[in-house]
Ligand binder design. Structure first.
Ligand code: PLP
Length: 388
């Protein structure tokens, strides 16, 4: 008999794996299911990036093990992009770690910093993979509720002191999944002061950093004075360049933490395939026109969907960034019962807010991840249920 290690017993079921299985089961019955549940970009990777991979695949230099910690050209490309976009200076060798998507780093940082008995401050609602990393490290979580009346920013003064004294790490994520809120410079300044005062490391998840609407560019945590002393930022090419399947991202910031992440990766992997690293460098150093087009596409989809939802009487604040819509469920429903109803009666998949934490109850998350016509169809199908 196989006995799993105890750390796996605290690991929650992978939320999106369960959601995808439910949607697929429905589609397998032959229904025309529209899936806005998982954050899986529907647009293709820009052509120039794909071409760079194709060329690189033929280069025998990449057929061997890549260097530990990745090729210098990719780390330099990361530093250049951050300098250009955010005015942040990074030492490519000491302050950049190449990752397998953002996800690998978000799990690894808990392994790097947390011992059993330590506490990690986690946003609620929030991206469920933060919980998995903390569980695998055998540490505990203290949730920081994100409330609409507080613009979905955590209130540090409300963290119970018994959790705060044991807190070693904190996750933040703006533009936010699932609420789509964005951070302000003042909030990040408060965060640096809080982190210094309490000896907490900040892990800023900037997965949606490129996606800001209405002409506003989301800010990086590392733009804040003193941020590099207290934390690191995680970036992924999955969303900004439609490269979710390529599994490439990076961590940047505090050199001591970057060294720990690299150390773990030295043991677990070696680095990414060189061709993927070339393609990622192409994404970061090539024309950024595709990113502008992608943001314009999501913004236009947002306007179409919110216009159509308003017509059926479902009103909510428009997202400021990310590609998610965070919408209140109608009275008499939980987020799960409403998500099930939409699947069963409208063939529309949405993510129930409770899947992102207890403070997510009362909301559902819809991704802007299909065409404008299909988004109109979503609103029409929901409208026919006569719930609003
Ligand atoms: N962080 C957030 C908030 C996300 O929504 C996602 C993906 O959905 C990730 C990180 C991880 O992305 P990846 O592992 O594809 O880089």
């Amino acid at each position: 008999k196989i006995t799993p290690a105890s750390r796996l017993q605290t690991l929650p079921e992978q939320f999106f794996a369960a959601l995808v299985a439910k949607a697929n089961a429905r589609a397998a019955t032959g229904r025309d299911v529209i899936n806005l549940g998982q954050g899986n970009p529907d647009l293709p990777t820009p052509h120039s990036i794909v071409e760079r991979l194709k060329e690189a695949a033929d280069n025998p230099k990449y057929h061997k093990y890549p260097p530990f910690r990745g090729f210098p050209f990719l780390k330099e490309a990361v530093a250049e992009r951050y300098k250009e976009d955010y005015g942040v200076d990074l030492d490519p060798e000491k302050e950049v770690a190449i990752l397998f998507g953002g996800k690998s780093g978000l799990i690894e940082i808990s392994q790097c910093l947390l011992n059993p008995g330590d506490v990690c401050l986690v946003p609620d609602p929030g991206y469920p993979d933060y919980w998995s990393g903390v569980a695998l490290a055998g540490a505990e979580m203290a949730f920081m509720p994100l409330r609409e009346e507080n613009d979905f920013l955590p209130d540090y003064s409300a963290i119970p002191s018994e959790a705060l004294v044991r807190a070693k790490l904190m996750f933040l994520n703006y533009p936010n999944n699932p609420t789509s809120a964005v951070a302000t410079p003042e909030f990040y300044e408060e965060t640096v002061a809080f982190a210094k005062r309490n000896g907490v490391v900040v892990a800023s998840d900037f997965a949606y950093g490129a996606i800001g609407f209405d002409g506003k560019r989301p800010i990086s945590f590392l733009e804040t004075p003193g941020a590099k002393e207290v934390g690191v930022e995680f970036y992924t090419l999955s969303k900004s360049y439609n490269m979710a399947g390529w599994r490439v991202g990076f961590a940047i910031g505090n050199p001591e933490i970057i060294e720990l992440i690299n150390l773990i990766q030295d043991h677990m992997y070696c680095s990414l395939f060189g061709g993927i690293q070339e393609a990622a460098a192409e994404a970061l150093t090539g024309s950024q026109e595709s990113v502008r087009e992608l943001v314009a596409t999501y913004e236009s989809r947002r306007d179409v969907l919110y216009g159509a939802l308003e017509e059926i009487g479902w009103k909510a604040t428009k997202p400021a960034g990310s590609f998610f819509c965070w919408l209140p469920v109608p009275e008499g429903h939980t987020s799960m019962s409403f998500a099930d109803l939409l699947l069963e009666q409208a063939d529309v998949v949405v993510a129930p807010g409770s899947g992102f934490g207890t403070s997510g109850e009362g909301y559902v998350r819809l991704g802007l991840l299909t065409t404008e016509d299909r988004l109109r169809e979503v609103a029409a199908r929901i409208g026919r249920l006569g719930l609003f």
